[in-house]
Ligand binder design. Structure first.
Ligand SMILES: [Zn+2]
Length: 330
């Protein structure tokens, strides 16, 4: 509700329906109160934005990601940010961004698909049109924080092959399975042989066939009885890696849908690493951001008590933030 009011009152001033001075005064006061009483990004819109986050496993299967986007709310959110930038309300914006970053807890990023992704898309286009410098602004910090949280949460670190060959035991405790378990729990041995009757070999094979870990099972028929050869393999690692590559492609596609100049301004020298989903750069940068927010939160705990609306005098010449030559930092 407040979001729609903020956008409408600003537009009324721009279009001449009401005095621009009054429009900006009201915008500043309501925006200040909005920031003070802000609770949660998912509370900005109605359904589907306020719905619980969709599980990532399901997101991967969906073919149309736009279905969950709350475009009207996202557009208003982007407009509110642009309007506050045009009025030079960096202090209030910093507090809003701090609240948003605080609630974007790793593992529980709410409103990414419904609000943030479409809002960042609108913001990129709006800020390009208005030529605001945002490299060192709190908006750039919000974009860096939300996108790195999304990438870190969703794509996660690249799986690495383990040198440890240890596997879970089978349940059966017969003599053959006990020998098998000794092999399975050995962290260095990866090949095991059992020369036995077909019945015993099949019994052992049945113990292994339903395991998550994968084994190659062959039969050597040179002598009687034949020998069963069990080899631990790394198929599980390749499956995990394939799934990781698929998740990386999902976030790459999301980033490709945003204005690239906007992302370049927000991420500075780390732009290439971010859009190529280089986790060696993204994960430490994301940790640095989270640590920084936690340190700030300890110094300045969030206040949920709305302060009285102050009646501030508005300058007719709204101050625009200038472009800075400094590089954007995480
Ligand atoms: Zn057994």
């Amino acid at each position: 509700m407040a979001l729609a009011f903020l956008v409408d009152i600003f537009e009324a001033g721009q279009s001449g329906k009401i005095s621009e001075d009054i429009s900006q005064t009201v915008f500043k006061d309501v925006f200040s109160e909005f920031v003070e009483s802000f609770h949660h990004v998912c509370g900005l819109g109605s359904s589907p934005a306020s719905s619980p986050p969709i599980p990532y496993s399901f997101q991967l299967k969906r073919t149309n990601a736009n279905l969950s986007q709350d475009k009207p709310t996202s557009r208003r959110f982007a407009l509110m940010i642009c309007n506050s930038l045009s009025l030079g309300l960096e202090e209030d914006m910093q507090r809003l961004v701090m609240n948003l970053i605080r609630e974007a807890v790793p593992g529980h990023l709410c409103g990414f698909e419904s609000i943030y992704l479409p809002a960042f898309s609108y913001l990129g286009l709006m800020l390009k049109d208005r030529e605001y410098g945002i490299q060192n602004s709190s908006i750039a910090k919000l974009v860096r924080s939300i996108l790195t949280t999304r990438i870190a949460d969703y794509a996660k670190a690249e799986p690495v092959p383990s040198d440890d060959w240890k596997r879970r035991k089978v349940r059966c405790t017969c003599k053959d399975c006990s020998d098998l378990n000794t092999f399975l729990r050995d962290s260095t041995q990866h090949v095991w042989r059992l020369a036995a009757s077909q019945r015993r070999r099949l019994h052992v094979q049945n113990q292994l066939c339903s395991r998550v870990e994968h084994y190659n099972i062959e039969t050597e028929r040179y002598e009687s009885p034949h020998t069963m050869v069990v080899t631990k393999n790394k198929v599980r690692y390749f499956e995990l890696h394939k799934s990781w590559v698929a998740r990386c492609n999902v976030v790459k596609k999301e980033l490709q849908g945003l204005d690239q100049d906007f992302l370049r301004l927000c991420f500075g020298e780390k732009y290439d690493a971010v859009v190529s989903v280089n986790m060696d750069v993204i994960l430490p940068a994301h940790k640095e951001l989270v640590d920084g927010v936690q340190a700030l939160a300890e110094k300045d705990p969030p206040s949920r008590v709305p302060s009285p609306i102050s009646k501030r005098k508005v300058s007719a010449s709204a101050k625009l933030p200038g472009k800075s030559p400094e590089k954007a930092q995480f």
